[in-house]
Design a protein around this ligand. Structure first.
Ligand code: NAD
Ligand code: IPM
Ligand code: MN
Length: 360
């Protein structure tokens, strides 16, 4: 029996609630697949600050070194907003430590949830390839400089050409393999980094003549994603633009709670970090009503990517899609179901799908 190692970082707010739900689904799928999952847990974010003063403690780092894959809930919350070290710094440090430069964030309007989308023609689906370890998030210098009677504050948008090339190339490969169009989103009318981004995209387009490439400025892309999302299939963009636009796609599909993501370093079969797109949702934390779909889908992506088990991945995706089509729904989707009720529904549907397959 194959055994997989998994490190779970529940984090803060609804993080523990949604990861617990996703892990229960994963356990059922593993049982049917005939493989075992050995789970370990570690602290990150606010919870880690409370334990050790460090949002990314060395104990967590050591466990990551040994893990085949890492599943994250969410970090952050108002309790730590004024703390000298923020929970979010732990997540950023972890992405950098693990060298995960590509964040894949798929979105789609699920059948049965069309009424929740603000779109007239609610048929959007696509994927954001977000660069994850460069740009304004990590550039130096950064910080505050006290001037006589004033304060200067600096953030730096820094990229190497090689960092730009690898993420755009990954998006091109995905678009080619899936016969999709690629939109590169930048701010080349203002930013030097975006001009190089555009040059690199154009240069790579020579190697991918079968992939239609469009450039869009980020402001126009935001508008067009709302009005004509069907024009967007694969989007590739830098770190901050990708953060913003992927939350926008959460709005497009009806709830941020529906989006999962993979943070990876290029090649399937390697270690990755799998995390819902949403945050710790302090407004609903502890109430047992968080939508665990994003976490469940992240677990599905994990199984497919890090453990090369595409059938098990699809089993979760199918069970989640059926559950969303039939309900019951959590409050973010207009329902009254708890996280627990929705999770039980998904688990039951996993069992039903396996049963159906046995019969047919
Ligand atoms: P958020 O994503 O936590 O919440 C935004 C809104 O979406 C809230 O109204 C929330 O209730 C709702 N929502 C989010 N996920 C949901 C789910 N699964 N089910 C139902 N509703 C859901 O964003 P925020 O409020 O801006 O940030 C809260 C904290 O989370 C901040 O500290 C922020 O830095 C952090 N954050 C962490 C991550 C991460 O760990 N990956 C991502 C985003 C934000
Ligand atoms: C996300 C979050 C993080 C980011 C924060 C919490 C650092 O918003 O994963 O989308 O900006 O990358
Ligand atoms: Mn975000």
């Amino acid at each position: 029996m194959a055994t997989h190692q998994l490190l779970v970082l529940p984090g803060d707010g609804i993080g523990p609630e949604v990861t617990e739900a996703a892990m229960r689904v994963l356990d059922v799928v593993a049982e049917f697949g005939g493989w075992a999952v050995e789970k370990d847990e570690a602290d990150i974010g606010g919870r880690a600050i409370d334990q050790s003063g460090d949002p990314f403690p060395s104990d967590t780092r050591r466990k990551i070194d040994k893990a085949e894959a890492v599943m994250l809930g969410a970090v952050g919350g108002p309790r730590w907003d004024q703390a000298p070290k923020r929970p979010e710094a732990g997540l950023l440090a972890m992405r950098q430590y693990m060298g995960l430069w590509a964040n894949l964030r798929p979105f789609r309007v699920f059948p049965g949830l069309e009424h929740l989308s603000p779109l007239k023609n609610a048929a959007a689906s696509g994927i954001v390839f977000r660069e994850l370890t460069g740009g304004l998030y990590f550039g130096e210098p950064r910080g505050r400089r006290f001037l006589p009677g004033d304060l200067e504050v600096v953030d730096t948008l820094r990229y190497r050409q090689s960092e730009i090339r690898r993420i755009i190339e990954l998006a091109f490969q995905y678009a080619r393999d899936n016969h999709l169009t690629l939109t590169s989103v930048d701010k080349a009318n203002v930013l030097e980094s975006s001009r190089v981004w555009r040059e690199v995209a154009n240069e790579l387009a020579q190697q991918f003549p079968d992939v239609p490439l469009t450039h869009r400025y980020v402001d126009a892309a935001a508008m067009e994603l709302v009005l004509n999302p069907e024009r967007y299939q694969v989007i590739v963009t830098e770190n901050l633009f990708g953060d913003i636009l992927s939350d926008l796609t959460g709005g497009l599909v009806g709830s941020l709670g529906l989006l999962g993501s993979s943070s990876v370093a290029g090649t399937p079969g390697t270690r990755g970090l799998f995390e819902p797109v949403h945050g710790s949702a302090p407004d609903i934390a502890g109430k047992g009503i968080a939508n665990p779909t994003g976490a469940m889908l992240s677990a599905a992506y994990l199984i497919g990517w890090s453990w090369s088990q595409p059938e098990a991945q699809h089993l979760i995706e199918e069970a989640v899609a059926e559950s969303l089509a039939e309900g019951p729904h959590t409050p973010d989707l207009g329902g009254t179901a708890s996280t627990e009720e929705f999770t039980q529904t998904v688990i039951q549907r996993v069992k039903n799908i396996v049963q159906r397959r046995k019969i047919s």
